[in-house]
Design a protein around this ligand. Structure first.
Ligand SMILES: NC(=O)c1ccc[n+]([C@@H]2O[C@H](COP(=O)([O-])OP(=O)(O)OC[C@H]3O[C@@H](n4cnc5c(N)ncnc54)[C@H](OP(=O)(O)O)[C@@H]3O)[C@@H](O)[C@H]2O)c1
Length: 323
């Protein structure tokens, strides 16, 4: 396997791998069974071996399970890992019930995260969404205080509006914006992405496969018990229409000797030097394919075909990402 190049995330920001390891699916998020922990641990080890240092978690992933898993995995390898933690989302019995970003809550959350991770400083700490009942200034100001205390190295935000991004960056330089971005979800291109670029903020782009739509492995209809049935994108005629679009990826992948998933990841990484794909991998078998995706280049004609087929609005229906 090839090792992954490092990029500087944001102006004066940290050096991280251009491909991030999303750990969310290594824990039970919506109340399902916990994936195989030995395999999750082995995946983190192999990712680190290959120079993927950016590990992404949230304190609510598996109600703290995800942080403990990562904490165990990086024991003895702390210096090789860059730990990105989201916080503030409140879950109850597997259901999202809101946000809590009161300063007193943030100061409480971080101590639990540090303990679960077994580390003294979180490399990138970010509210998972904003909380309309607390001013952005207070939220970012509190994280800036934690930075002064040595508990945080860099500050990030996730799923914010362009206005919130500017406000946050005015309070304290923001290193990274974590945001859903793929061929299927391109709404950020009109304002949010240009704002991040203008402010020199790195973009950590997740959901590159659009909940598996772009893997080329999805068939209509989805099995009855599949959680994605809740999203209009994966229902009835929408799914049939959307899978027709994915045909282009499948055909292009076969002519380039790669997989549709690799093309979906490669398209994201090609959007800008400052855009890094953050991909969920909870099994080692995903790593060689996704690492190799970082070497894929497109001809101008291939890029044109992708951008035309997946022009904004081409994919029908939404997921939890539509705001
Ligand atoms: N800030 C936010 O609001 C937010 C929201 C969601 C997620 N995230 C972060 O972003 C990360 C990625 O997001 P995501 O999980 O929604 O999207 P994703 O990376 O597109 O992953 C979706 C699915 O793709 C599968 N996959 C990975 N590589 C594949 C391959 N080569 N071929 C076929 N399938 C493949 C994964 O399966 P396996 O797990 O089985 O390998 C996973 O179930 C998460 O882990 C989390 O850290 C952030």
């Amino acid at each position: 396997m090839k090792t992954i190049e490092k990029i500087q995330l944001g102006q004066g920001g940290p050096f991280v791998s251009k491909l991030g390891l999303g750990c969310m699916r290594m824990s039970s998020i919506w109340g399902g069974p916990t994936p195989n922990e030995a395999e999750s641990n082995a995946t983190i080890q192999e990712a680190l071996d290959n120079g993927i240092n950016f590990l992404n978690t949230g304190d609510f992933y598996g109600a703290g399970h995800n942080e403990m898993l990562i904490g165990r995995a990086i024991k003895g390898r702390r210096d090789e890992a860059f730990i990105s933690v989201k916080f503030g989302a409140i879950f109850h019995n597997g259901h999202w019930i809101g946000m809590d970003l009161r300063p007193i809550a943030i100061k409480n959350f971080i101590n639990y995260s540090l303990t679960r991770l077994g580390i003294e400083t979180i490399d990138l700490y970010q509210p998972s969404r904003m909380d309309n009942s607390v001013p952005v200034e207070d939220i970012i100001g509190t994280i800036a205080d934690l930075k002064k205390e040595g508990k945080v190295r860099y500050i990030g935000v996730s799923e914010v509006t362009p206005q919130q991004l500017r406000l946050a960056n005015d309070v304290h330089p923001i290193s990274a914006l974590e945001i859903g971005y793929s061929l299927a979800d391109r709404y950020i291109e009109s304002e949010l992405l240009p704002t991040a670029k203008e402010l020199g903020i790195g973009v950590v782009a997740f959901a590159n496969t659009a909940e598996g739509l772009l893997t080329g492995e999805m068939k209509a209809p989805l099995p009855e018990n599949d959680y994605r049935n809740h999203f209009s994108r994966f229902q009835g005629k929408n799914l049939i229409h959307n899978l027709e679009k994915v045909d282009l990826l499948t055909r292009m992948a076969s002519s380039k000797g790669c997989t549709p998933t690799q093309l979906a990841i490669a398209w994201v990484k090609e959007q800008d030097d400052q855009v890094m794909p953050l991909v969920s991998m909870s099994r080692r078998s995903r790593l060689p394919e996704n690492i190799a995706a970082m070497q894929i280049a497109f001809t101008p004609e291939e890029m044109r075909m992708l951008n035309t087929t997946f022009v904004k609005g081409a994919i029908l229906g939404g997921t939890y990402l539509q705001r």
